[in-house]
Design a binder for this molecule. Structure first.
Ligand SMILES: NC(=O)c1ccc[n+]([C@@H]2O[C@H](COP(=O)([O-])OP(=O)(O)OC[C@H]3O[C@@H](n4cnc5c(N)ncnc54)[C@H](OP(=O)(O)O)[C@@H]3O)[C@@H](O)[C@H]2O)c1
Length: 337
């Protein structure tokens, strides 16, 4: 398909990666229109784009709009999302605002592409840590059936956006120069520390943070499995890019590590890296910049009936956000790369 016109709303960590991936994958776009809060020129991978202020009219004529702006009442998707749909644009939203809305499919193309059928013009990208976990859990659930899982995450600062990447850089530089470390984005120093809070507290789930609640609710919607039991602890770590997660799974029937490896080896978008004797396992540094999610440390978990433990690492900006959104559009236009 040629003549496709694409909008990107927000040119922070995710929006920038979207531009790069559209070019890398030769997405059939003959226009990339970038919107943000302020007008300016932005250079992305050697190409200069004129960024226009987002407005309802700025969406006119677009075929697809990828939303990568901030969330909430004044955020881009709540302000412009459904209006853009009424203007004939297919919206693919990275934010959290409409993920649990019954009108909106929540899609990982390798896991639940069928959810795209009969969409109403507004499709949501799941949360980054949910996508990375479900790239492994989806194929295992399809093959065996999962009753319960626990995900303990190690999430990179790029998941918070550009400002957090700069905060970690500055704190590391200040530490090396024996200067005071300033924390503005996070409530505590992130350099040389780990923070067991991602997001605010949820009224609907006492004691849990919003990031933990996303894993619980989104996993059930994507797997179309409301009865799966899920618990999660989400932790920010001083890694620039790449989320990792330790996951403990309880299956419907016994699953050996060999069987799980075989299922995952054939799963699209997954690379099995599992050779502890030779120090080979998923690492955020190795998954950063890669499309595939890495899975390893696959071993029995004798603390649960039919239990298995594993470790995943994936690029939260690519597969956890920008790449997944573009793969959704590719599915819709049928290039299916
Ligand atoms: N980072 C991740 O790993 C990740 C993963 C999954 C999902 N997400 C979601 O993706 C979205 C973007 O995240 P990010 O990390 O790229 O954020 P970011 O680095 O903070 O960038 C946000 C961008 O959105 C623009 N923006 C904010 N509000 C807007 C509005 N009302 N109208 C138009 N533009 C607006 C900003 O414009 P200005 O530049 O003009 O200020 C900026 O360019 C968020 O909803 C986030 O939750 C992020």
């Amino acid at each position: 398909m040629s003549g496709c016109k694409v909008g990107i709303v927000g040119i922070g960590a995710v929006g920038t990666e979207m531009v790069k991936i559209l070019r890398q994958r030769a997405f059939p776009a003959d226009e990339i229109r970038i919107m943000a809060r302020t007008e300016r020129d932005e250079e992305v991978a050697g190409e200069v784009f004129h960024v226009v202020p987002a407005s309802p009219e700025a969406f006119d004529g677009l075929d697809y709009a990828f939303f990568a702006g901030t969330e909430g009442a004044k955020g881009a998707s709540q302000t412009y999302g459904w209006d853009a749909v009424s203007r004939g644009v297919v919206v693919i939203d990275n934010g959290d605002d409409f993920r649990m809305d019954d009108r909106v499919p929540l899609v990982i193309p390798e896991v639940n592409p069928e959810a795209l059928e009969n969409h109403q013009g507004f499709i949501a990208n799941p949360n980054c840590s949910t996508i990375i976990a479900l790239m492994a859990l989806g194929p295992l659930h399809k093959a065996v059936g999962i009753k319960r899982f626990i995900a303990s995450t190690y999430q990179a600062v790029s998941g918070t956006g550009r400002s957090a990447i700069i905060e970690l850089e500055k704190q590391v530089q200040a530490y090396a120069a024996d200067k005071e470390l300033v924390s503005e984005v996070y409530p505590h120093q992130i350099a040389f520390n780990v923070l067991p809070q991602i997001g605010g507290l949820k009224d609907t789930m006492p004691g849990y943070t919003s990031e933990e609640a996303k894993m619980l609710f989104e996993a059930k919607k994507i797997l179309n499995a409301p009865d799966i039991k899920v618990s999660s602890t989400c932790v920010r770590v001083p890694v620039f890019n790449g989320h990792s997660e330790a996951i403990n799974i309880e299956f419907e029937r016994p699953v050996s590590p060999e069987e799980a490896r075989e299922i995952l080896s054939g799963a699209p978008g997954v690379t099995v890296v599992d050779d502890v004797a030779n120090a080979q396992y998923p690492l955020p540094l190795n998954s950063s910049g890669q499309d595939n999610v890495q899975v390893g440390r696959i071993r029995p978990d004798d603390s649960a009936e039919n239990g298995l433990a594993l470790f995943v690492a994936g690029d939260n900006i690519r597969k956890g956000a920008a790449l997944n959104a573009i793969q959704i559009a590719e599915k819709l236009i049928g290039t299916g790369k």
